[in-house]
Design a protein around this ligand. Structure first.
Ligand code: TYM
Length: 337
């Protein structure tokens, strides 16, 4: 980007993360790492998607703690509140308002096709609530409120992004140009980090098996132990190829944290065993996450600083969101407020 390009001319980024449980290495490589890298070249808005978390049952005191902790993790990862907008979704009421308008422009059939809805309703069969179903309309609102051009996410959110584009186009066609139609930004390496216990499944913070995922805040010895136990295969060749899900996953994690290409990794590990690769990946991840964990521990002791950051973030976010909301309410025929 040319140096004389002003903040106003930069493209707009919006992304979000749910504060349920400590973020995994999958969240970090698939999303957060890019969030940090994009701050200089784009106008970025990042939010803790706390409203999305209510689609599954939460314990209130624990949720509040997790929301604050998630905020500190984002700061610790390198999100700079001087460069980027960082806020809690629930503190900007326009998200709920736009979600309602958009849900009236989203079809039942479209929502029924969302694979995440199908997966989560199978997993929480005793609580298939309306929020779980209309979740993509709220996610569309998050994005469209800020007129985002790009949305950095992992592969699992691609379907929701496509639906957001359909909703935006539909609204623009019905009511005249209102929303920027956003594009997904999915990383080439690490868009889908897999479970260490079952490399055919995505790494998820809600996995019951603690060995399936590494979190950003895990202690070094825990990280090493989990990598040592990672499930691989029995043919003993370190090569990135179809059918070698466990090795492919280890290689993509290693590549994401070291910047080495797959070719280079294959060369470096020629003649070496899976144990060597597992240890090297574990150690590289430990070194990569060490500064994040240390900075997180300091930030969690400074609640006043955290509060000043999220208050300011919500205020700035609301003023942008309100501009879009006024436009939307006018377009649909409401009397201006
Ligand atoms: P969430 O909280 O499940 O995940 C946050 C981000 O992490 C990515 N991710 C992964 N990437 C690679 N490998 C994995 N194993 C992995 N697991 C998670 C996700 O793709 C995501 O980018 N609905 C969203 C949150 C959200 C949002 C938004 C995102 C709410 N509103 C608006 C973008 C724009 C979610 O539940 O992500």
């Amino acid at each position: 980007m040319p140096e004389n390009q002003t903040k106003e001319q930069k493209k707009i980024i919006l992304s979000g993360i749910q504060p349920t449980g400590v973020f995994t290495l999958g969240n970090y490589i698939g999303a957060l790492k890019n969030w940090v890298a994009m701050q200089d070249d784009y106008n970025c808005a990042y939010m803790i998607a706390d409203m999305h978390s209510l689609t599954v049952r939460q314990e209130p005191a624990k949720l509040r703690q997790q929301i604050l902790s998630a905020f500190a993790v984002l700061l610790a990862c390198g999100i700079d509140p001087k460069k980027s907008l960082l806020f809690f979704q629930s503190q900007v009421h326009q998200h709920a308002e736009l979600a309602w308008v958009l849900s009236c422009n989203t079809q039942f059939g479209e929502l029924s096709r969302m694979t995440q809805f199908k997966d989560k309703s199978a997993k929480h069969a005793d609580n298939i609530n309306a929020g779980l179903f209309t979740y993509p309309s709220l996610m569309a609102a998050d994005i469209l409120l800020y007129q985002a051009d790009l949305v950095p996410v992992g592969e699992d959110q691609k379907q929701h992004l496509e639906l957001t584009r359909d909703i935006a186009n539909r609204f623009n066609n019905l009511y005249g140009n209102t929303f920027t139609v956003p594009e997904a930004y999915i990383p080439k390496v690490g868009a889908r980090i897999m479970s260490l216990a079952d490399p055919t499944k995505k790494m998820s913070k809600s996995d019951e098996n603690q060995n399936a995922f590494v979190t950003i805040l895990d202690q070094p010895e825990v990280i090493i132990r989990k990598f040592k136990r990672a499930v691989t295969d029995s043919d003993m060749v370190i090569r990135y190829q179809e059918g070698k899900d466990g090795i492919n996953n280890l290689m993509s994690i290693y590549s994401a944290v070291t910047g080495l290409s797959y070719d280079q990794i294959e060369r470096d590990f020629e003649g070496k065993g899976y144990g060597d690769l597992k240890l090297a990946v574990g150690e590289a991840v430990v070194e990569h996450l060490r500064p994040v964990r240390e900075s997180y521990e300091k930030l969690m002791k400074d609640k006043a600083y955290l509060e000043s950051c999220y208050r300011e973030g919500a205020e700035k976010a609301a003023s942008i969101a309100e501009r879009t909301m006024r436009k939307v309410y006018k377009k649909v025929g409401f009397v201006g407020r």
